[in-house]
Ligand binder design. Structure first.
Ligand code: ATP
Ligand code: MG
Length: 351
């Protein structure tokens, strides 16, 4: 059995699959809240102890015996790691190794420990001779060790340690056929941040962490409607974007100033800026679709709002679509499992 475990800041998600002759068979999927239930989610109050408890309880809840797991895959968040596509001179392996380490240090939040890197030569650059494109992934030893210690504390044997945005991309490429032309935009909307990926076959890979997530959606409703956290959460799940965008008592006539922009406008503005940056860097701007993943992707009205504001088709990605065994499983919010699915697929690639 292969296990993908997504250790989110509000929910732990797991997907377990077996390999079949021509793909994968879904065995189980489940999630568990990290903080205490029925309370306002306060990210500052979450520590290692909460994650360890939640992971152990999730495995127990799903009746999963860790000993039966052939390979476990977990991920480092996009905020703690760097994923970059770099163009560099062709050079011998040892030189490339130190050039990449040097490069990585510029992009990751350094914490006094060394950088850990992994890279892959993607091929020769199609514009400049003598240059190659390299995919570079990096984090610090401190981040990696903390992650491994957490897994060991849960009684799990660390296996593949992936990086979240890459795992989301892997899930997407497994599930959808990517046309030869054009770019897909993936947006994993978690609790505290969203991870944006721009990807296309033969195109520059780009990812960025945007500082808006479902927690901020809820908080805005708390503030605007003077509701408790759980009431606001219920309203968000029920009415979605309209619970914030609907006119309330304040008059909405004059053009909205920046301070009055809704949390959804801020998220969309962040996406717009990132796509503009991508287009400027690469000269490519044929964005085919924005696919939402993560727990907050299910916010009613969000895909419509995104498509109308950015003029790019938008949809929610269901990781169980077309997967054998998925029919017998009932999950409330499939998009929340995309990362866990991507991690599980990554575990399945290990020999
Ligand atoms: N049905 C729903 N509609 C809208 N939002 C939802 C729904 N279900 C869950 N959410 C929101 O999704 C978020 C949790 O999603 P997810 O599990 O992807 O986060 P996480 O991985 O724990 O967080 P992060 O990625 O920031 O570490 C919460 O903010 C929650 O309120
Ligand atoms: Mg997440």
């Amino acid at each position: 059995m292969f296990l993908g475990l997504d250790i989110g800041r509000q929910y732990i998600k797991m997907v377990a699959m077996n390999k079949t002759k021509d793909g994968y068979k879904l065995l189980d999927a489940g999630h568990r809240l990290v903080p205490e239930p029925n309370q306002a989610f306060d990210p500052d109050k979450i520590d290692t102890h909460h994650w360890v408890m939640a992971i152990k309880e999730l495995l127990r809840q799903q009746g999963l015996n860790p000993k039966k797991v052939k390979t476990l895959a977990t991920g480092i968040s996009g905020a703690a790691a760097s994923v970059k596509q770099i163009t560099t001179m062709e050079m011998p392996t040892d030189e490339l190794e130190s050039a990449m380490t040097f490069e990585a240090r510029k992009h990751i939040p350094m914490d006094g420990t060394d950088a850990v890197i992994d890279y892959q030569i993607l091929g020769s650059n199609d514009k400049e001779v003598d240059k190659v494109d390299v995919g570079l992934v990096a984090c610090t030893k401190g981040v990696l060790n903390t992650h491994m210690d957490l897994l060991k504390e849960c009684g799990l044997k660390p296996g593949v340690i992936d990086v979240d945005p890459i795992a989301v991309t892997n899930a997407f490429t497994y599930l959808k056929d990517m046309p030869n032309d054009g770019l897909a935009v993936l947006l994993d909307i978690g609790a505290l941040s969203s991870s944006l990926v721009v990807w296309g076959s033969g195109q520059q890979y780009f990812t960025r962490d945007l500082p808006v997530g479902g927690h901020h959606f809820v908080k805005e409703i708390v503030d605007k409607k003077e509701l408790s956290y759980t009431e606001a959460q219920d309203l968000l799940y029920r009415e979605g974007v309209s619970s914030v965008l609907k006119n309330d008592s304040s008059d909405d006539q004059s053009g909205l100033s920046v301070a009055e922009r809704s949390v959804f406008d801020n998220l969309i503005e962040d996406i717009r800026r990132s796509l503009r940056f991508y287009a400027k860097q690469t000269g490519q701007s044929f964005f085919l679709k924005i696919l939402l993943t993560g727990g907050a992707a299910d916010t009613p009205g969000l895909t419509d709002l995104i498509s109308s504001k950015l003029n790019i088709d938008s949809d929610i990605l269901n990781p169980f679509d077309g997967i054998e065994g998925a029919d017998s499983l009932s999950v409330e919010n499939p998009s929340q499992y995309v990362l866990a699915m991507g991690l599980c697929l990554r575990a399945g690639m290990e020999k």
